[in-house]
Design a protein around this ligand. Sequence first.
Ligand code: NAI
Length: 375
Amino acid sequence: MIVTSVTGQMLSRGHEQVVYVADAPSGLRAIIAVHSTALGPSLGGVRFWHYANEDDALVDVLRLSEAMSLKASISGLDQGGGKAVVLVDAPDAPHTDPMLRALGRAINELGGRYLAAEDVGATQRDMDVIAQETPWVTGVDPANGGSGDPSPLTALGVLAGMRAVAQELDGAASVAGWRVAVQGAGHVGAQLVADLIDAGAQVVLADIDQDRAAHVAADHGAEVVGPDEILEVECDVLAPCALGAVLNTDTIPRLRCRAVCGAANNQLADEGSDDALLDAGILYAPDFVVNAGGIINIAEEFVGYSRARAEERVARIEQTTASVLDRAQTERRAPGRVATDMARERIERDGDGRRWHPGDAAAWTNGEPLRSLRP
Ligand code: NAI
């Protein structure tokens, strides 16, 4: 995509700040986007990606950071939305320590306006190296107070969203007896399969990695279908847990589910897909509402991490999802549009036009670095 004006893009999406980082000694090229700090310091993952060109990277970081603002807001977190993308030369290019430390210094210069986390392509080790340069990073080693792999909490949140869907469709907040199709048996998908079976559902799954699909299915007593068949499985709910843009003009007419509720980010190819699902009579639980377990979990690091409290907060995704679906029903509008409105309304109402400055971030942690870094 050709982007002619960076500031024009920022204005149209409401971004506060975009920082380009180029570090010649390490070869680091990165963009950090702070979408909103109205509700609190912006939080979002660092994505390592091999982009075709820099404009694609900009579009991605602007879109992803805006989505983080919406996700934090609808989840009731006092966090804003941010994101960082690192432009790597090849998908398997090594993440060298000098590169990660240069990124850590750039994050540090923002003084807490952007809090880094893991995203696609990143590892906990990357976060540990970044943490050598800045306190403003989450997802570090649990031995240093980090919260560890967020995937189980993400799966827990998706299941909570499904209970709200079940309440809406069948008047009972339980997936027991439901047939659920899970696309992608990775970190979140595999955990979701286990949780669903524990909750009394019957699961059909698919993964492009056939060995992984077979393994997860055998471990939990699920059925496997091919990756080309999963979207057409007759089921109560389809749980996309692999890729984005899976709900589009090609796939929606082929779906044979009553609802969609899954972990994958950006499931809708465009806003029209939300309306198309409504027209098809398929209830859509918006992705950024039901997959917020990971970010809710990470936000717990800022107040001294407690797994039990994180789980309790993630379970509230059931109420959040229910409120979105109720309002969508009342207004006869697509749930994704309603959830976006609800998130923006809270940013307006509670954020009151505020912007965080580096000193605010330090005050927010009582002058301490993020507690995840405390010994
Ligand atoms: P992952 O990389 O561990 O798993 C994804 C799985 O999907 C892999 O096993 C892959 O082989 C499979 N896959 C890819 N294309 C497929 C296709 N066309 N059909 C079937 N399977 C396919 O990723 P993870 O962490 O489980 O995340 C899954 C999704 O959830 C992603 O979209 C991610 O952005 C989103 N997400 C993850 C969170 C987390 O806590 N890990 C938090 C919020 C969102």
